[in-house]
Design a protein around this ligand. Structure first.
Ligand code: KMH
Ligand code: ZN
Length: 274
């Protein structure tokens, strides 16, 4: 079986210390958490910027510090969010892409996001895709609902994004596609054969969907951005603890764990550390 790529989504834009006191905010804290996740078995980290008080930011200087500090400490692949928070402009969301992270997200549609709207009109999507292309940064296509797969295929057809695509199915956001196991089967059946994919289950769906993806030969994203509990009523000590859970399941079922070099080659990224 293909080695398992584990992405740790360590902070996000919505998870606050009130939800789990272990959410990293500063670049220093984010880098320390990224290193712990790498040691636990993750080969990629998905990051958002935060101000000291936890307010989300896509500020370029903050992302520069995050990237530099992570790269000083560990060989983990770094994926920037271009989603940011729901109230941000598209310009703000992509201002750090020229720092050339290993990957960056690209959400291919608008979705209700709790009581808010996560806005991604087609022109906005094209603007983000163009910036990623300009800087040679491979997108991870974030899919919150089925139409977003079709829009990703349209981007390929129009030459705005290059195949093969890497999808992340984010299931269980209130307003988006639910976290039923059959929804994951449906999405995996929709994507081109040469694609790769991972799943990010929200809340209590995170680990069950991750285990299902491991069985199916897909990849996984776990971390405090998506879920703050390691088991019912027990807060995770950090995203690394959720990474440990999926590593231990993968070992149980005989699935090897990917390292950054393997993931880089599989996803067609430019960085090789070895
Ligand atoms: N915070 C959400 C509104 C991404 O990172 O690209 C968007 C999000 C997706 O988290
Ligand atoms: Zn995110």
């Amino acid at each position: 079986m293909e080695p398992l790529i584990i992405t740790a989504a360590v902070d996000g834009a919505e998870t606050m210390r009130e939800h789990n006191p272990n959410v990293p905010y500063t670049p220093e804290e984010i880098a320390t958490e990224a290193k712990r996740c790498r040691e636990a078995g993750a080969c990629m980290v998905h990051v958002h910027g935060r101000l000291e008080d936890g307010t989300p930011t896509q500020d370029r200087e903050t992302f520069k510090q995050i990237l530099d500090k992570i790269r000083e400490r560990t060989d983990i692949l770094v994926q920037f969010s271009t989603g940011g928070a729901v109230w941000m402009s598209v310009e703000e969301r992509i201002e750090a892409v020229d720092l050339k992270p290993d990957m960056a997200t690209l959400t291919t549609g608008t979705v209700n996001f709790g009581d808010e709207v996560f806005m991604n009109s087609y022109p906005m999507i094209c603007e983000i895709a163009a910036k990623l292309k300009e800087h040679g940064v491979k997108p991870e296509i974030e899919v919150f609902d089925t139409g977003m797969v079709d829009t990703a295929l349209r981007l390929v057809k129009e030459g705005r994004v290059d195949a093969p695509l890497h999808f992340d199915f984010v299931l269980g956001v209130p307003g988006g596609m639910g976290a039923r196991p059959q929804n994951l089967d449906f999405l995996v059946n929709m994507i081109p054969e040469d694609s790769t994919w991972s799943v990010a289950g929200i809340g209590r769906h995170e680990l069950p969907l991750a285990y299902k993806a491991i069985d199916m030969g897909g990849h996984v994203r776990v971390g405090l951005e998506d879920n703050v509990y390691v088991e019912k009523g027990v807060l995770a000590q950090g995203s690394w603890e959720l990474v440990e859970k999926v590593v231990s399941y993968a070992k149980e079922v005989g699935r090897p764990i990917s390292d950054p070099n393997h993931a880089s080659a599989l996803l067609g990224l430019s960085r090789m550390n070895a």
